[in-house]
Design a protein around this ligand. Structure first.
Ligand code: ZN
Length: 256
């Protein structure tokens, strides 16, 4: 809201900060197209903290685009006895993602890719029992537990226990544009003050709000509001207090 001085947001949010490691990670999204529902599992003999994904929405896994889960610099690799045709993406800050067993490459080595950009097609190249997308997140070369949109995924031992619907690449005009105000505003994985911090908005930011929902009540500078906006490009929620609009519930924005 316009009448509250910048800086107040930071103070209001200061009591609910998260670890630097969480804040530093890119806002990874599912490595396959918007709206698709896939299931995933982790095998005991698997390398690092990989998850293997197959489609669970009736579509065919083989040939489905593999998408960059965050922006970065792509590199092609080939390991016929193991990972097959695969892409690594260097996201900076020590973070990389891997995409194994591709049927084909869609980008050149050294090419910068945006989040949601197609990097290849899902396949079964290398040591693979069938078409699937083997996906990893690494920090300084060490496999990490996979986090999508700020939330950690479980590691089930077989398929059809856990599912993930992609919102990667759902942009392209989606959402309603607003400005935010304040500095250091936390974007959280859910509409709760104790939800993980996905990223922070350093200052007033142009955002696209895809939907809104009611969550924890936020009190700041005399305002009280339990509505939160889901931001398209940041992949998380901010209190509607920090959206530069006088209404508590934003007009023309659907409910999540
Ligand atoms: Zn695998």
């Amino acid at each position: 809201m316009l009448t509250v001085p910048a800086g107040a947001a930071e103070a209001a949010e200061a009591g609910a900060s998260d670890t630097a490691a969480v804040a530093a990670a890119p806002n990874f999204k599912a490595p396959y197209p918007c709206g698709q529902r896939w299931t995933y599992s982790h095998h005991s003999a698997e390398v690092r903290r990989a998850l293997d994904f197959v489609r669970a929405d009736g579509g065919t896994t083989n040939g489905t685009p593999a998408l960059a889960s965050a922006a970065g610099t792509a590199t092609r690799h080939s390991q016929p006895s193991g990972a097959g045709n695969y892409i690594s993406i260097d996201h900076g800050g020590g973070w990389k993602t891997y995409y194994f067993h591709l049927g084909s490459y869609s980008v050149a080595s050294g090419q910068f890719v945006n989040q949601g950009q197609q990097i290849g097609t899902t396949g079964s190249s290398g040591n693979s029992s069938g078409p699937h997308l083997h996906y990893e997140q690494l920090l300084n070369g060490v496999g990490q537990n996979i986090v999508i949109n700020g939330g950690g995924l479980p590691y089930p031992g077989s398929y059809n226990q856990s599912f993930l619907t992609s919102d990667n690449g759902c942009g392209g005009g989606g959402g309603t544009p607003f400005m935010t105000w304040g500095t250091g505003v936390s974007v959280r994985a859910d509409a709760r003050l104790n939800a993980a911090v996905v990223t922070r908005l350093p200052g007033p930011t142009s955002v696209h709000v895809v939907c809104q929902k009611q969550g924890d009540t936020v009190n700041a500078e005399g305002y009280s509001n339990n509505w939160w906006s889901k931001l398209r490009d940041q992949g998380g929620f901010i209190s509607n207090i920090y959206i530069d609009h006088p209404a508590a519930q934003l007009p023309g924005v659907p409910i999540c």
